[in-house]
Design a protein around this ligand. Structure first.
Ligand code: ZN
Length: 161
């Protein structure tokens, strides 16, 4: 079965950055399952997988525009320390979820001083060229419920999401 819109696809993958460092991998966790054509994964990878079959292996280089976007330096912001409940425990590299008009968003602490905690709302992989080593391990039709929800359900049936 070929990968096309509304198919459930399972892939093994390794993601490396342009320096060759492994950023993420399915190894040890099992394949990643997603619903093709529903923006479950970044556009550059979804496009590259269209038309592929079980057993196909491919290497995909994804530019930032087709990945997590370009970095936007205006997305860094100094927040007064007293806005944080646990201000004493905040360290560079910590991540927090914030609510925005576009929904929940992850921000990363990039610096702190006595007054402020500076956070960066760029995706941690924004601005990076991403290299995926991908192997297609399963392609199946999506269930009606999966299509309605726009994502894949696990083998135990519906999980709350
Ligand atoms: Zn669901």
């Amino acid at each position: 079965m070929q990968i096309s819109a509304n198919k459930v696809v399972a892939i093994d993958y390794t993601l490396t950055n342009s320096e060759g460092a492994v950023i993420d991998s399915s190894e040890g966790r099992g394949p990643l399952a997603y619903l093709q054509g529903h923006s479950n994964i970044i556009p550059g990878l979804e496009t590259a997988l269209e038309g592929k079959n079980v057993g196909d292996a491919l290497q995909v280089t994804v530019a930032p525009a087709d990945g997590y976007g370009e970095r936007d330096d205006s997305l860094t912001q100094a927040v007064p320390r007293n806005m944080f409940e646990n201000a004493d425990e905040i360290q560079v590299g910590m991540q927090f979820q914030t609510q925005t008009e576009q929904g929940p968003h992850i921000v990363t602490v990039i610096s702190t001083d006595d007054e402020n905690v500076t956070v960066d709302a760029n995706h941690p992989l924004a601005g990076q060229t991403l290299n995926f080593d991908v192997k297609v391990v399963e392609v199946r039709d999506a269930s009606a419920e999966e299509l309605e929800h726009g994502h894949v359900h696990g083998p135990e049936g519906h999980e709350e999401h």
